[in-house]
Write a new protein. Sequence first.
Length: 280
Amino acid sequence: MLKPTLSILTALLLAPLAVLTAAEPPLVLILSGQSNMAGYGKAAELSDEWRTPPANVTLMNWGRTQVLAKGSIGPEVTLAHALARAMPERQIVLFKAAHGGTSQLAWQPELDQARIDRLKLSHDQRVGHAYAQLIAAWKKAFPAGDIKPAALLWMQGESDARVPELAKDYEQHLTRLLAALRRDLGAPQMKAVIAEINPAKVTTVSPFPFVDEVRAAQRAFPAKDSLTVCISTDGLTKAKDQVHYDTAGQQGLGQRFAEALKFIAPLGPEAVSVPTDVVK
């Protein structure tokens, strides 16, 4: 049974504060990437407290409002509860847009279909242009154009760790993705929290021989982009395939994203207790 790391959440909730009012625009975060962002956790395994959605948090999946803890879950549940307790008077929107199995090529602003086909990236072929889909879903959800994302939370890279040229190009691709999102969403100061990948190099799903190269690119990225931080995923529990985080692992990932968000925005006036049991 996974216990929330109270030191993490306490640090988050005791961060330097600003006065927040209900009149403020919502805090909107983009949660994107591949299957470990989409989520392999199970809402049915959560305790009742975690399955109760905070009143001031809205989850949108590809622009459509969705129940927070239902069916398969990603890191959004722990993240939502941490932010709701930190900013009880502020509306928070978690805008989730993730496609399992996709490489960075699917998330580039300019789709290189010829390269996808040459590399036989079946998930990218099936999904299509994920970046264009994200932008279209955002504009449909916020048609007035007045809502800007505060940050991108990014959990992706396992597929790139299967192909040497994609692992080599990971930094370049991530640079292009962030620059395009900041431009196309009118948010030049949008922050980013990059979660490191950590699949086993040999699994029942696929070999990931270039995982070290992708992780190195992720870790080095904040030195090149001052609006970005990178978080470790080491120690998070996984399913038997040793690729996908299980329910407890997804809850831990949400906690780590929450800790990183103290880099993004001032948070609520008091430290708040959290449920002691994440899963049943």
